[in-house]
Design a protein around this ligand. Structure first.
Ligand SMILES: [Zn+2]
Length: 179
């Protein structure tokens, strides 16, 4: 940004002018038209302090825009954390989703083969008297459910992260409303 100078007006206010305006006219806030001196004359003027209002104008955050950015960013960060955490659970559960029925049947078969006659009878009576008990969900079925649940959660978290990122980026792209 080039240096700026303060051009005093008869009303007492000072109008900020740039070298590019040298020799031209500017309007004071009071409505008066001021002639801007030439470059040489400009340098005689009081130098303007760094213009915070101009510099910050591009980043002026309306409340909606600011909220959109912070909420968007927050949603993105949280969703990504949830996504990462869910992925770990998903990956862990994925290791257990394979149907182990053949293995278990094989193991049971081997166990039964190794049983003596009395043991087999005993096992048979225990089964007959006590029943098979509550049907227990095989762990791979549980794992499959977990995986499906985590997958849905990951899709949800991913979509939220994307939506949050879009909101945050959009809030940056929106032109600030100049008051
Ligand atoms: Zn004035």
């Amino acid at each position: 940004m080039s240096a700026q100078y303060l051009l005093p007006c008869a009303c007492g206010q000072k109008v900020r002018v740039e070298p590019a305006q040298a020799g031209g006219q500017v309007a004071c806030a009071c409505g008066a038209k001021l002639y801007v001196p030439t470059l040489r004359g400009l340098r005689q003027l009081e130098a303007a302090p760094p213009d915070k209002s101009v510099r910050s104008a591009g980043r002026q955050w309306g409340p909606v825009r600011g909220a959109m950015f912070s909420i968007g960013l927050l949603v993105t960060v949280i969703s990504l954390l949830v996504l990462a955490y869910t992925y770990l659970q998903f990956a862990a559960a994925s290791d257990w989703t394979q149907d182990q029925t053949p293995l278990i049947h094989e193991a049971e078969g081997q166990a039964i083969e190794k049983m003596g006659l009395m043991e087999s009878l005993e096992a048979f009576y225990i089964l007959r008297n006590e029943g098979l008990g509550e049907p227990v969900e095989p762990f791979w079925v549980t794992a499959q459910k977990v995986v499906a649940e985590k997958r849905a959660l990951m899709i949800g978290a991913g979509s939220l992260a994307l939506a949050g990122a879009i909101a945050a980026i959009a809030s940056l792209l929106i032109r600030p409303a100049r008051a």
